[in-house]
Ligand binder design. Structure first.
Ligand SMILES: Nc1nc2c(ncn2[C@@H]2O[C@H](COP(=O)(O)OP(=O)(O)OP(=O)(O)O)[C@@H](O)[C@H]2O)c(=O)[nH]1
Ligand SMILES: [Mg+2]
Ligand SMILES: [Zn+2]
Ligand SMILES: [Zn+2]
Length: 414
């Protein structure tokens, strides 16, 4: 099937553009300099050009120096030009950038729909830990049996992943609370992390199918503040999938069942306040998506939602899982080299019964009434409880892949 893309969404600023609306960055910035119409160099070679768009995107006080930006001579209507000649130095550039923020666009932007995965959940529910461990596992273990690979996309993604996630999680420390910096109506922190999933399709002539995955880690505080919530909503409304995390330790029944306080304290953020209720958040998200996408109250939202209990390790240690259930067993998908529907269905049932038992009936109802495609999961990113001093051993996650695999399965990637 050939589908023509007429629009694209920038994975960095989430602005939507017509497919031909793209700028180029000069690759040879070292020698590139502004010339007058006769060709005489008037600028300083190698000095670069102050980048107002990048300044705005990063909320810097001064415009940083960047390469010269320009457009293709002719702008096609139904496709994206893949190269253009620099009007300063006459060199051909293939570096396409977003006209709104000047970030370099992924090379697949014009022929493939990127999958934006949004992480939502109340403060301290485990979103950042989840993304951090999930990406690590996706790079190292998860796609081998599927004849696939996953890699972080560019050097910026690698740097962001290392400094925001890996340097904590794989060096014994929990990730600090995610914060938002809202200035005007764009957000500066929380640049999405891009990764490329490549799958060998089956059959002798199987082609390699690349798929760009964009992970957007929201801050828990985004969902309690009316100003930030409007901005995050724009990102979330364009998602191909939502992973909604529920913190079992925010639940009173669970807390009552866990008598030893030390284990709760190690698994919640220092400045934890049980201020936000997941039912309210999932309901707010639905309302905002409807507003953004022009849906009526009676229409269900098509974006699939994976609602997942985090911190499964605590539930397991404190004997709070259904006895003999699937949740006590390892995830079978990687082992089997295929998505195991039967396992996923049992997990969904078990988690729903736990939600019901713990007075989250209204959460289930809100989920079912608003989201046409939803599924419940449970996972542990660490795989074991943190030490009482708060340090963590290298994560050996449990069932961290389930929700992601379900989303990829729905998107026909797995
Ligand atoms: N026991 C246990 N604790 C976890 C796990 N994942 C996260 N935590 C703890 O939960 C707390 C919050 O984790 P984060 O990943 O920062 O949560 P978040 O949702 O990103 O929080 P905000 O950025 O504040 O919204 C930290 O104290 C973590 O140590 C897990 O798998 N098991
Ligand atoms: Mg966070
Ligand atoms: Zn952009
Ligand atoms: Zn140039």
């Amino acid at each position: 099937m050939i589908t023509m893309k007429l629009k694209y969404v920038c994975p960095f600023c989430f602005a939507e553009h017509a497919i031909g609306d793209v700028e180029f960055a000069c690759d040879s910035r070292m020698i590139c300099a502004q010339r007058d119409p006769s060709g005489k160099i008037v600028g300083v070679p190698g000095a670069g050009e102050p980048d107002k768009k990048m300044q705005e995107y990063k909320h810097l006080s001064q415009a940083p120096l960047g390469p010269h930006h320009f457009r293709a001579h002719k702008t096609p209507k139904f496709s994206m030009p893949d190269s253009a000649v620099c009007d300063w130095c006459r060199q051909v550039s293939r570096t396409r950038v977003c006209p709104s923020c000047h970030n370099t666009l992924p090379s697949t932007i014009d022929n493939d729909e990127a999958m934006i995965i949004s992480l939502i959940g109340t403060r301290g529910s485990g979103k950042s830990t989840y993304v951090g461990v999930l990406i690590h596992e996706m790079m190292k273990h998860l796609f081998g049996p599927f004849h696939g690979t996953f890699q972080l996309y560019g050097s910026e993604d690698q740097r962001e992943y290392r400094t925001r996630f890996e340097d904590y999680l794989y060096k014994g420390q929990p990730i600090p609370q995610t914060t938002t910096h809202l200035t005007g109506n764009t957000m500066t922190e929380n640049r999405p992390i891009l990764g490329m999933l490549k799958m060998q399709s089956s059959g002798f002539f199987g082609k390699v199918k690349p798929k760009m995955l964009v992970f957007f880690d929201s801050a828990g505080e985004d969902w309690t503040n009316m100003d930030t919530i409007q901005v995050v909503a724009k990102y979330v409304a364009k998602s191909s999938g939502i992973v909604f995390l529920i913190d079992p330790l925010a639940n009173q029944h669970v807390r009552d069942a866990i008598s030893d306080d030390a284990s709760i304290r190690a698994s919640i953020s220092a400045d934890y306040e049980p201020d936000s209720d997941p039912t309210k958040v999932i309901n707010d998200v639905a309302r905002l998506i409807r507003d953004q996408n022009g849906l009526k109250e009676s229409q269900k939202i098509a974006i699939p939602v994976a609602a997942a209990f985090s911190k499964l390790d605590v539930l397991e240690d404190k004997n709070l899982l259904p006895p003999g259930g699937r949740l006590s067993q390892p995830s079978p998908h990687v082992q089997r080299g295929m998505f195991d529907d039967t396992d996923a269905d049992s997990v969904n049932q078990e988690v729903r019964s736990m939600l019901d038992r713990w007075d989250y009936g209204s959460f289930i109802n809100t989920l079912d009434m608003n989201y046409a495609t939803n599924h419940c999961f449970a996972f542990s990113a660490y795989g074991r409880e943190p030490a009482s001093d708060g340090t963590i051993a290298p994560p050996i996650p449990k069932r961290i892949e389930d929700a992601m695999f379900w989303l990829l399965h729905l998107n026909k990637v797995l």
